[in-house]
Write a protein that binds this ligand. Structure first.
Ligand code: DX5
Ligand code: ZN
Length: 235
């Protein structure tokens, strides 16, 4: 692991462009483009065609990109059997792995396995899953990802009905004294970032709004960072 998510401040907006919205015919150049634009993380959506009805990238692709980037590789597992894929993705260069509470297996054991493999661990939940489903695992993770679309595809509309859940998770983490970051994923853009920041979300996954911004990635990232003043910890 070359990066550690625990070193990031919760008082800053961190941008994690989702590679799913990149031009797949020139991925190394696309990663370089967002890295030069100043993002902190790179969001990598791993779908198995079973947990979600789509297929994306495997460990070989992550390994190939690792040689072209110093970004923190923020891996989002949308797979039924996360346990089975921790090791290959860590070997390929993942720095952080988030998996779904709805996936198979004991989530506590999955988190332990991610940590044992040398990565930080994140938990996420679909829009229909309540925050309470995370209670047992919240003290164990370094990041919580709130899905603001149904997982499976990029380019969907932001679900504002997930904001109270983000806020609830923020309060749950505060109560237990957890330093975990909160991330949101799906339809995140200039217009939706302030509400997320207000709810305590400081890590913004953004596919379409960064990779396909007509004014380019630096402008897109600057627009997202404007939400920083809405973060609870912001002076
Ligand atoms: C959806 C993925 C997202 C997706 C976001 O299942 O987890 O990371 O790429 O794409 P946008 O930002 O376009 O909604
Ligand atoms: Zn994602």
């Amino acid at each position: 692991m070359q990066h550690d998510i625990r070193n990031f401040s919760k008082e800053k907006i961190l941008v994690s462009p989702s590679l799913l919205a990149a031009d797949f015919s020139s991925l190394a150049a696309e990663v370089r483009r967002v890295e030069e634009a100043g993002c902190e993380l790179l969001h990598l959506d791993i779908m198995d065609g079973h947990f979600v009805p789509n297929l994306t990238m495997g460990p070989a692709l992550i390994g190939a990109l690792r040689k072209h980037s110093n970004l923190l590789f923020d891996v989002h597992f949308m797979i039924t059997d996360p346990m089975r894929y921790i090791e290959p993705f860590v070997k390929a260069g993942a720095d952080h792995i988030t998996f779904h509470i709805e996936a198979d297996g004991d989530p506590v054991k999955t988190i332990e396995a991610i940590h044992a493999a040398g990565c930080t661990a994140g938990i996420t939940l679909k829009p229909g899953t309540p925050a309470a489903a995370l209670e047992k695992v919240l003290p164990l993770v370094e990041m919580v990802l709130v899905m603001t679309v149904e997982p499976g595809f990029g380019g969907q509309s932001f679900r504002a009905d997930q904001l109270p859940k983000a806020k609830e998770i923020y309060e749950m983490l505060r109560k237990i004294g957890s330093p975990a970051l909160i991330e949101a994923d799906g339809g995140v853009a200039e217009a939706t970032a302030p509400g997320l920041a207000e709810a305590g979300v400081s890590v913004l996954v953004a596919g379409t709004s960064v990779f396909r911004h007509p004014a380019g990635a630096p402008a897109a990232i600057a627009e997202l960072r404007k939400a920083e003043r809405f973060l609870p910890g912001h002076a």
